[in-house]
Design a protein around this ligand. Sequence first.
Ligand code: NAI
Length: 678
Amino acid sequence: MTAENPVSVTIQGRVAHVVIDNPPVNATSQAVRAGLDAAVAQVEGSGAEVAILSCAGRTFVAGGDISEFGKPPALPDLPDVVTRIEASAVPFIAALHGTVLGGGFEIAMACAWRVAEPGTRFGLPEVNIGLVPGAGGSQRLPRLVGIEAAVDIACNGRMVTAETLRDLGGLDRIDADPVAGAEAMAADLPPRPAPVSARAVHPVRDGYFAHMRAGLEKRAKGQRSPLHNLDAIAWAAELPFAEGQPKERALHLALRDTAESRALRHAFFAERKVARPDAIAGAKPREIKHVAVVGGGLMGAGIAMSALMAGLRVTLIERDDAAAESAHGNLDGLIGGAVKRGKLDDDGAEALRGRLSVSTDYADTAPAQLAVEAVFEDLEVKRVVFRDLSAAMNRQAILATNTSYLDPREIFDGIPNPARCLGLHFFSPAHVMKLLEIVRLPETAADVLATGFAMGKRMGKVAVLAGICDGFIGNRILSAYRRAADYLLADGALPHEVDAAMRGFGLPMGPYELQDLTGLQIAWANRKRQAATHDPAERYVPIADRLCEAGRLGQRAGHGWYTYAEGSRRPERDPEVERIITGYSAEAGIDRRAFSAEDIRDRLVAVMVNEGALIVEEGIAESPAEIDMVEIHGYGFPRWRGGPMHYTGEIGTDAVARSMRAVAEESRGTWRISKFLG
Ligand code: NAI
């Protein structure tokens, strides 16, 4: 191997060893493609009878080099290299380990045989970046494992284990040492099977593709790539490989140039960027083995569950025995749910219970390295909790609050060694939602922040650094978005129109359905809290307050912005709500007018972008990537649109600025416009 050629060939008698060494994940860069191409030629001329293809390092080829996607394709193309391996005069055995993804799986399918280490994972994740496979993956996979498994893998981006792939007929052997396993096969070589590309595709029942299309369309919420993958697999079912493969390639190349693929690639890179903010550069996270969680209600139980699932020991503190018992019940419910959904087996559940203790005595938090507080949203209650924690725990122990709206500086005021204090703002349900805002106080030490990031990663979260402001990043944008939606109601829209417009944009729910689902109380309490400091020049629409006053607190109350039939979660329009809305408009002298779905969408997105830009301009977020990640992972902004800031780049800052000016014009004195849109 040389710096230029990451592929080496060693001939040992009748066996050739071809090894790819392109850290970190052996991506199919141009150098790897060229190296493989040359390796096939070398093997063919060597007199070897069989070649074993493996990778150095922690994984077999785990995909393409995404950074090449924005550039013109560099030869040789992967499909040609894959074909060359499949057609080689010397048959190849793939010796696989780690994650065999995308181009890696395509290369493996071109080999005559496949041997893998137990637990190796296989997938075609192109769908996740808006693409179809580009080197025959969608054409070979159905020929290897059947159409139904291929659809699940390619359209849903599902990874399968070596064991599953073997059961599907796609793997010849599982061996703890796959290269040794391949050598054993080479010593007693079975007859060479037909190349995968030449195999027949087993037909599926009539109507299968139409049925799958309908299901994918519903789940994809506007994203096109799952459907493109389905099309490509249908070509495998209908066309010979020699026709299907070029069609797949052409589609792959065309999709690289779409807004959807750009957005998904942006999201991929933004996730990596926000994980390493400048604020933690060079800082070393501390080791955390044991966390204390104070408060075992909705959030505390979810946070404790996340920590337990991440392998940590958890001491949960509640205020009295009855609350402790109820907290225990909450965790039992979460553990039982994980078992039911197959996320844990019985032994795993036992291990989790073994690492959990629930107590009412702060002394039990002493061995923990970090505490997260999730008690009532009340400044005094939280201050007392931290006073007790700091008395019970080591002076270095990290102290975190899960507050949504209170100012962490006030919560931690007077706590000794404030460099160890931060906010860890989880989202509900905390064991499910990916987003974690890591809130930095002026005093917070870099290694404390880095520890928050390391813990978030261990819990499988997307952690995003935020500074202090009302609502931090996510809830601040949410509150602007909701206010703007309420202005639309006052000016002429109805809740179902707003919800439909945002669903049409790709959000799983509109703002009003979502409020009904989560309940209207918390936002109501916040509005009351803010009333004292409310700028009188800012427009205030009291429609939501009137709903709350009428007891319309959401789905659980049987009605909120919609009404719900007994036991049903399906929102139905309610004339009473529409009377409250139009009544308010009349009272405020507003001449109601119609807003199209585009009008609504453009305004609400512009408000999100504007608030996001203000947050960046104020230094609350380090960059626009943070805004996009918060919106995607915490608020259902469609990933395939890349987040509000990326979306602005796609449709043009001018267009968004125009919409924001319209919003500002419709509610004068209310909106501060960011420099970005100004
Ligand atoms: P909750 O009312 O479900 O749970 C609070 C728990 O804290 C109760 O079990 C209570 O017994 C316990 N508790 C109260 N005082 C205590 C004390 N002195 N010592 C020990 N335990 C005490 O409330 P929830 O929804 O879990 O919220 C907790 C915190 O999380 C709040 O600060 C809230 O703003 C924040 N949060 C809530 C979210 C939500 O969607 N509910 C989302 C993100 C943050």
